[in-house]
Design a protein. Structure first.
Length: 85
């Protein structure tokens, strides 16, 4: 299992557009990608669940990646966060 934390810098947090892009990016990997904010967690391939977490600018998320391609998936998703959120 791979894990990293990321603090959201996008002024509006995870809203519809970046959530949709994140789901698309997560579906490129076989590994299970989970986004965790406090007590809430969501599978990164579930759009409504991601948006329902209410992630705002300044929130710190923990991302866990587990599966066959976890190394590549963790790196890819971390890069996605840096570029988009």
């Amino acid at each position: 299992m791979k894990q990293f934390t990321y603090t959201i810098t996008d002024p509006v947090g995870i809203h519809a557009r970046p959530a949709g892009l994140l789901v698309k990016a997560a579906k490129e990997y076989q590994s299970r990608i989970t986004i965790i904010k406090g007590e809430k967690s969501s599978d990164a391939t579930r759009l409504m669940s991601l948006m329902g977490m209410g992630v705002k600018c300044g929130d710190t998320l923990t991302v866990t990646v587990e599966g066959a391609d976890e190394e590549a998936a963790a790196q890819g998703i971390e890069n996605f966060f840096k570029e988009n959120l």
